[in-house]
Design a protein around this ligand. Structure first.
Ligand code: HEM
Length: 546
């Protein structure tokens, strides 16, 4: 009797689950006819199963997105699998609405879950009140101009170390050498974030080229983050939570890497807490003058131990450890600098003009103020960040039905005009970083060209872009904008200053041979050497001044 009851209950639960799944599937399949996006203008789907996915995958460097935006206007839709409509808008007012209402538009759950697996429950993935508290209490001060000024010396030292390594190679090879600049730049930025972030020497720029234990663990984590967007298994796994319990190479690798980062991270935290306590006890007022005391982790620990912070608002050691993964920034900066050297290799006049400005500075080791006082360097960095944003796009999810205001009204498929987009709860809202940065409608006909001179006066339309920095979407905007942007910009200026003074750069392969693949960042590849992985081969020659 009891067996029968259990059996019946199992059947009932199974049937309920099946009905629930069927209801969800039917609802999704009906979206092309029920979604509030259905009447937006846009290209017809090529097939029911693939929508426009195959054309999108065949297009390079977002060319199709730009073609569509020019044809259908700044607010449109295209179709993905099963003809599901996907919104695409570069309307500055709409983007501003979404970014400034960050509580209503968080990151999608699957992105957050995947990042938590790799990074732990840190700032990049925290939402709501927890995020606000973490940023306002503990992090913002550590990323302000005063702190970044202190870190400039680290950036300049590390840039000079990279310059000396390349100079040796040039000398050994008799005057010119082909170098994969991306590899050296990535090592430099890892070393810089190690020292600036937590006074840890990754020693990635070491002469024997061997990676230390923490460096290897980080390499593994970044590799896994890049895989998130490339592997079908990982995409499916992020969408179906139960699959995450199946042990695979991915979980094994990330767990092993996390074990190493946790052990070394906790040891660093304990050392820094002891040092902060000791400094407080001995009344040391001058703790900020040493390299050890200016790293971001020490600042964070000091702020967290301050008597002004109520006990219940302090971060735990685990929270602090998660904050160490701010290194999420190092590959973005090296990637942007790689594309900057590429752009300069394509524009000898710009390279020459920049070098002349840099040689006007009477020191090899400039301060933050000296770097910021160079207008052409500034314009070159802005233009690089506009044309080559390391992160091409991101996405948010509407947590409630909403009406998003538009600067430019659109005409729907039935000929009616709308000055807002109606959006249903659960709809994805992409933030097309590269789409806005390269839009002809916003930047003018030469939007796809590298032209630092444009920064003398930017078009009025571009001035509406709600970016946290420089009317660009590169670091996005609103409460969830990148907090490391000042850090990156000065690091990049230190690198470009040091390298462009020392060397002349030329592309080592025909320009058509360079392509990009999107992982975590937009990585460069050589078409005829895909097996070598990501690289940016440049011919480097020492610059000599008469
Ligand atoms: C060129 C360099 C960089 C670029 C282009 C960049 C870009 C971005 C973007 C687009 C976001 C928003 C991602 C999203 O919400 O989907 C972001 C967030 C973030 N970035 Fe950066 N970043 C750079 C460097 C850095 C550096 C050097 C650091 C730290 C030292 C850093 C720390 C962070 C943090 C902590 C967040 C999360 C902020 C939050 O959610 O409140 N970034 N970054």
């Amino acid at each position: 009797m009891l067996t029968l009851a259990v059996h019946d209950i199992l059947w009932a639960v199974g049937a309920a689950l099946l009905a629930c799944a069927a209801f969800k599937i039917i609802r999704v399949l009906l979206l092309p006819y029920t979604s509030s996006l259905r009447d937006l203008p846009g290209p017809p789907a090529s097939s029911w199963l693939l929508g426009n996915v195959s054309e999108l995958m065949a297009a390079e460097d977002f060319a199709l997105h730009f073609e569509w935006l020019e044809k259908y206007g700044p607010t449109m839709k295209y179709n993905v699998w099963f003809k599901l409509p996907e919104l695409l808008t570069i309307d500055a007012r709409a983007i501003n609405h979404v970014l400034s209402h960050s509580q209503d538009y968080p990151k999608p759950e699957e992105t957050r879950v995947s990042l938590v697996e790799i990074l732990g429950n840190g700032l990049v993935v925290a939402e709501g009140e927890l995020h606000r508290r973490q940023v306002s209490i503990n992090l913002n001060p550590a990323f302000g101009p005063a702190q970044i000024r202190e870190l400039t010396e680290i950036f300049v030292d590390k840039a000079q170390q990279l310059r000396d390594i390349w100079r040796n190679e040039v000398t050994t090879c008799g005057g010119t050498v082909r170098i994969d600049v991306q590899s050296g730049l990535t090592k430099m930025t890892l070393d810089a974030i190690g020292l600036a972030g937590f006074n840890y020497n990754f020693n990635a720029l070491n002469p024997d080229g061997k990676a230390n234990e923490l460096n290897r663990a980080f390499e593994m984590m970044f590799q896994r983050m890049a895989d998130l967007e490339r592997s079908y298994w990982l995409i499916i796994r992020s969408l179906i939570p139960i699959l995450r319990y199946i042990p695979d190479g991915y979980t094994r690798d990330t767990a092993a890497a996390q074990k190493v980062t946790r052990r070394i991270g906790m040891q660093l935290i304990a050392e820094k807490k002891a040092a902060v306590r000791q400094a407080a006890q001995s009344g040391e007022k001058n703790a900020g003058s040493e390299l050890r005391s200016r790293d971001l982790l020490t600042l964070l620990i000091k702020a967290n131990m301050s008597p002004d912070i109520p006990e219940d608002q302090r971060l735990s050691d685990d929270d602090v450890l998660a904050r160490m993964f701010l290194v999420a920034g190092h590959e973005t900066t090296s990637n942007a600098t790689t594309w900057c050297l590429y752009a300069l290799s394509q524009q000898p006049n710009v390279q020459h003009k920049l070098r002349e400005e840099l040689w006007g500075v009477p020191t090899d080791s400039p301060s933050m103020e000296e770097l910021n006082a160079l207008p052409y360097l500034d314009a070159v960095i802005r233009e690089t960040m506009r044309l080559f944003p390391p992160i091409a796009g991101t996405v948010r999810i509407a947590t409630k039905d909403d009406e998003i205001p538009l600067a430019t009204p659109y005409m729907d498929a039935k000929g009616r005009m709308h000055d807002s987009i109606r959006i249903d709860k659960g709809t994805a809202f992409p933030i097309p970083i590269i789409g806005m940065n390269r839009s002809k409608a916003l930047w003018g006909e030469d939007a796809r060209e590298f032209r630092p001179e444009r920064w003398g006066s930017i078009p009025e339309a571009a001035q509406q872009i709600p970016g946290v920095w420089s009317n660009l979407m590169t670091f996005i905007g609103g409460p969830r904008a990148c907090i490391g942007y000042r850090f990156s910009l000065i690091e990049m200026k230190a690198l470009v200053f040091t390298l462009v003074r020392a060397f002349e750069f030329e592309l080592a392969v025909p320009v058509e041979d360079i392509t990009k693949k999107i992982g975590l960042v937009q990585r460069p590849f050589v078409r005829s050497e895909m097996e070598k992985g990501t690289q940016m081969p440049l011919i480097i020659k020492s610059h000599t001044r008469e």
